[in-house]
Design a protein around this ligand. Sequence first.
Ligand SMILES: NC(=O)c1ccc[n+]([C@@H]2O[C@H](COP(=O)([O-])OP(=O)(O)OC[C@H]3O[C@@H](n4cnc5c(N)ncnc54)[C@H](O)[C@@H]3O)[C@@H](O)[C@H]2O)c1
Length: 438
Amino acid sequence: MLLSMTEPTTIAPATGRLGILTPGLGAVSSTFIAGVISARKGLAPPIGSVSQMAHIRLGARDEDRNPLIREFVPLAELDDIVFGGWDPISANVLEAARTCGVLEERDLAPISSELEGIVAMDAVFDQRWVKKLEGTRVKTMTSKWEQAQALIDDIERFRTENECDRLVVVWCGSTEAYQEASAVHDTVAAFEQGLKDNDDNISPSQIYAYAALSSEVPFANGAPNLSVDLPCMLELAATRGVPIAGKDFKTGQTLMKTMLAPGFKARMLGLRGWYSTNILGNRDGEVLDDPENFKTKEVSKLGVLDAILQPESYPDLYGNIDHVVRINYYPPRGDNKEGWDAIDIFGWLGYPMQIKVDFLCRDSILAAPIVLDLALFLDLAHRAGQSGVQEWLSFYLKAPQAAGEAGAEHDLFIQQTKLKNTLREWMGEQPVTHSEAG
Ligand SMILES: NC(=O)c1ccc[n+]([C@@H]2O[C@H](COP(=O)([O-])OP(=O)(O)OC[C@H]3O[C@@H](n4cnc5c(N)ncnc54)[C@H](O)[C@@H]3O)[C@@H](O)[C@H]2O)c1
């Protein structure tokens, strides 16, 4: 809930250390950690991070006030971040980075001892949810309730051993098999009973989410599976006063889609079809090769166009769209995926036109700064007394959670305005409306 536009929100200072914990130490999280460590050693700027690199205009254009976001709002400093995580396969972050092959040895070598020192905690893992992976570094207790308690203990141990003032959890684990919410997800009481009964409908990512929120630690979900977008987690976030955000990092093809589609709509150009296909060869691609895991991703990717184009308001332009998304596992590409979009648009008198996009993308290079921003902004929101779904962070997410009934906003440019205006409001500045007077 936002407060008045002129009264600044009280935000506790970012003193002490911030622990960022990632369930999943794979391509995205190792690239994120390596990038932050490189940035704080001055080896590379944190490119792609809005929290670190973007400026924010304040007041009217002629006031010439345009500070960096990180100088405008009290964010944790990169030097104050401590990293940790869980993984059923990777032993430590250096091993994870070398296995996934996103960063080259010349970038890993100067920071290899720091990366090696970030050792994975044993994961809560169940192959039923990720058929393609064999986990070995896994907690041995079979009761889901005991697994949740073990994660809560991990979180507390990490907090104490690393002398952290605050923690944030960002799910960077594999995409879990497709699932719809069931009765066990209705309330916290039902979920806790489900943990005790080892209910089949409770996935590992939900156990992490429960553990984090119970420990009053903000949680963001970078994958498309259900975790904090469940009634029980919304209830827990509200009662514990914890901010949450989900889901599915907006990188690659969907980032392109949410840049291009608002442009077509702004010009009132019609859309007849959008065929998106991808080849990728990393562990994520291997997991998504299983139809049940792909279905989770497909649902997350397909919602975007309808939400931006509003076919119910524009039936002539967007009432008949064929939207297809394919992902193929193709090992030679590794993490450097290729995403093709064949876009069929139409203009004046209905004449058709085609656009082809071939994005030779590096997924984890695009995702890493998102992990950083989500963690820093969730920590800010927590210190600002916010709880529940942080819609202003939808900028970073492919299938953003909405706080109310109105549905989520997908248009990248509206999302950006919302993010910046939220920061302005919290700091007692007027929102920028881009009107003639502003
Ligand atoms: N790379 C991107 O641009 C991008 C974009 C959007 C979403 N995502 C999502 O982010 C997640 C991470 O992507 P990635 O490319 O790093 O994948 P990855 O396969 O390299 O890493 C995922 C890691 O999670 C681990 N894992 C699986 N189950 C776990 C569990 N129960 N507990 C802890 N760890 C577990 C795996 O062992 C693996 O090391 C995936 O769900 C992916 O779909 C990635």
